[in-house]
Design a protein around this ligand. Sequence first.
Ligand SMILES: *Cc1c(COP(=O)(O)O)cnc(C)c1O
Length: 364
Amino acid sequence: MPRPIQATIHTAALRHNFERLRSAAPGARLWAIVKANAYGHGIERAFEGMRGADGFALLDLNEAQRVRDLGWRGPILLLEGVFEPRDLELCSRLQLWHVVHNDDQIDWLAMHKTHSPQSVFLKLNSGMNRLGFTPERYRAAYARLGALPQVDEISLMTHFSDADGDNGIADQWARFQRATEGLPGERSVCNSAATLRYGSQSEIRGDWVRPGIAAYGSSPDFPQHDAAHWGLLPTMTLSSKLIAINHLEAGETIGYGSIFTADTPMRVGVVACGYADGYPRHAITGAPVLVDGVRTRTLGRVSMDMLVVDLAPVPQARCGSEVTLWGQGPKRALLPIDEVAQAAGTVGYELMCALALRVPTVVL
Ligand SMILES: *Cc1c(COP(=O)(O)O)cnc(C)c1O
């Protein structure tokens, strides 16, 4: 028998989340964000659940090739644009749209030989200070692009740094409006948090929304709102089984570093899942976990291949009992990835993206 760990990708949950996002931003077209191998889900595995999107947005040319290989003929957008001039040849061949965020990319376009002009998304740096033209230089970049025979449509975009927090989007949105006022072209500004929080406002949702994490069932503004609040379902489950049961006396310890000490006799279970599977090592005693669908907690340190759980709430648990590390458990129990991430001092994004290659994955 193979080691019992498994990841499951839930096609129905992906579809459900897209419906939710469509109703949060009615009328806007929706990019399926599949960078980082579809947030760790696997582009090929997530594709069936995401093919209802209006386009696929990603970073790597090889990811774009994989989406085309799946038979997708619609829009594909390179979110960081091209990295060197010859990438434009592949853009022409695969009909990719690409973000333009600096002058080099415009120079490369100007030198590119093509018979089919390309669609570009011109990025404004509205305050995040990663990619994009500053508001002062945005119109000049627009004019340069507009004069190139290599360029077809120019869409206008920016990215919010605080759509999930208390600062919100007001300042950046105002800068975007000022910088783009009167310029023709479609607009795209909303990530997950902005789509859910502000997508009901037609100006803000614009023509295209770009919700990544929410499509995968994680709440972009956890813990202020959880996934249930936003009506999102987990699209990735990490599950395993108990492979040993131990009885501890008071005073005995668990795992490396002996950081957990039993203060009464305890029954504990050993789970075939560790940090080499992508479970976060920073989750020490107290991270939530389900055993047979019943919520309990981890104990001590996570090791490479194993972790230990408290069986007090699950006296019926045996070797072979099902353990849900995150996602959808038995008996309709859910364990939001955001809660596990919080116990490890990180975000759901990082856990999804870190799912290890060695974990066998099935698509439901
Ligand atoms: C990753 C990314 C998104 C999606 O962000 P989420 O927080 O996952 O919704 C949207 N836009 C751009 C430019 C991105 O790089």
